[in-house]
Design a binder for this molecule. Structure first.
Ligand code: DAH
Length: 401
């Protein structure tokens, strides 16, 4: 017997087995798996399957199994197994119809239809029940509590340096200054030479400059915002009153107070009759905007190639108000004063480099580091906090002034 018929009903005669011959043509064929509707060859037709008792039995079995299907997946599998899979008894029975004598075929067909309809009805009934159960369950499981607060996206904060820079710019704009900006990749001439720092000037070494390829291009990352002074004097008509915030770069290793990228804010006034008294008064307004009112300023002699005379600007310590001799002060290290930035009267050589007559015009300039100012103002101990990107830092310092 060919392998495909080994599983056949023993009551059945081989003469009534239409597909046995076909299956027998392929001796290598494996035993058909009735539960697998996707297998290549249909199972042999079963004539006895049209027997009324047998149909009743098949119907009863199928309907009983379907009625107890536990979920929709199981029901789908049972449908294939009993109703419409290629090996389902009802499908095999239907195929057997064709082999019946003409006289028996109509009655057998009606019996088969009735049987299939009753199994299908059982299937539909169970499908309706299981679908309703599933829907009810999903409604509970996936219920949305509309009274819960929504998932809000936190808004973040402005960067504290942006806030500080904008605040200081506003103070100068209120005094009639304009805002000027320049490129961060700058030419040596603007960054050094026009600012009275010739190629061999010793003060160049203090700038730890980062140069830009190719060597000899004269390009560098600006080491301060002072080149914006030159660009302004060359491009704007006199008198000039500008405030210049911006990012600057130096080849500094990162530690608690140094960073290779930092912000500066620069100021420049060039007009007829400008004196150091104007510088002093302007810086007083500036210092109070930074640290609060009622603080004294002092100018300490210093040196910058682009100003003559030059000075460091100190402000009374806002924490101890200069009383550090009586109690220790962490903010000013008991100095009573805080160093804020550099300043001075614009060196005549700078004016000449920009084509301005120094016998007619004079000016003052000042510059300071933004991070340093923010660290003093907000008692921040790590310059790295400004670049870490922790939103809590920004939230604490970045909003408001
Ligand atoms: N550019 C100087 C620096 O980065 C700061 C400075 C000092 C700027 C004095 C000025 C000034 O405009 O007058 O160290």
């Amino acid at each position: 017997m060919p392998p495909s018929t080994q599983n056949a009903d023993p009551n059945r005669s081989n003469a009534h087995e239409p597909s046995a011959a076909t299956a027998g043509d392929d001796p290598g064929r494996v035993e058909p798996n009735r539960a697998d509707p996707n297998r290549a060859d249909p199972a042999p037709a079963d004539h006895n399957a049209l027997d009324p008792d047998r149909l009743d039995q098949v119907c009863a079995q199928a309907s009983a199994a379907i009625a107890t299907a536990g979920d929709l997946d199981e029901l789908a599998a049972l449908r294939t197994l009993h109703l419409d899979g290629r090996g389902a008894p009802l499908v095999l029975a239907r195929r057997a119809l064709g082999a019946l004598p003409q006289a028996e075929r109509a009655a057998a067909g009606r019996r088969h239809n009735a049987a299939a309809a009753s199994v299908r009805a059982a299937y539909e009934a169970r499908l309706a029940e299981l679908t309703a159960e599933r829907d009810a369950r999903v409604l509970v499981e996936e219920r949305v509590d509309v009274t819960l607060p929504g998932a809000r996206r936190p808004r973040g904060a402005r960067h504290p340096l942006t806030t500080l820079s904008d605040h200081l710019v506003d103070v100068f704009v209120a005094m009639g200054y304009e805002v000027a900006e320049g490129p961060e990749v700058e030419h040596d001439w603007f960054n050094f030479e026009a600012l009275n720092l010739g190629p061999d000037h010793p003060a160049r070494s203090s700038h730890d400059t980062l140069y830009v390829d190719p060597v000899g291009s004269g390009l560098l990352l600006r080491t301060h915002t002072s080149p914006v002074q030159i660009r302004t004097l060359l491009s704007r008509p006199l008198p000039v009153y500008v405030v210049c915030p911006g990012r600057t770069y130096r080849n500094d290793a990162v530690d608690a107070t140094h960073s290779p990228v930092f912000g500066q804010i620069e100021g420049l006034a060039v007009d007829e009759g400008i004196t150091m008294a104007d510088l002093r008064g302007t810086l007083e307004v500036f210092a109070q905007a930074l640290f609060g009112s009622g603080l004294a300023t002092r100018l300490r002699p210093s040196y910058f190639p682009f100003t003559e005379p030059s000075a460091e600007l100190d402000v009374t310590c806002f924490a101890c108000r200069g009383e550090s001799s009586r109690q220790p002060c962490r903010v000013c290290s008991d100095e009573g004063w805080i160093e804020v930035g550099g300043c001075g009267m614009v060196d005549p050589n700078v004016l000449v480099a920009c084509g301005i007559d120094p016998t007619r015009y004079s000016g003052f300039a000042f510059g300071m580091g933004l991070e340093r100012a923010a660290m003093i103002r907000h008692d921040v101990h790590e310059i790295r906090d400004f670049v870490d990107g922790d939103v809590r830092f920004g939230l604490a310092l970045g909003t408001g002034n």
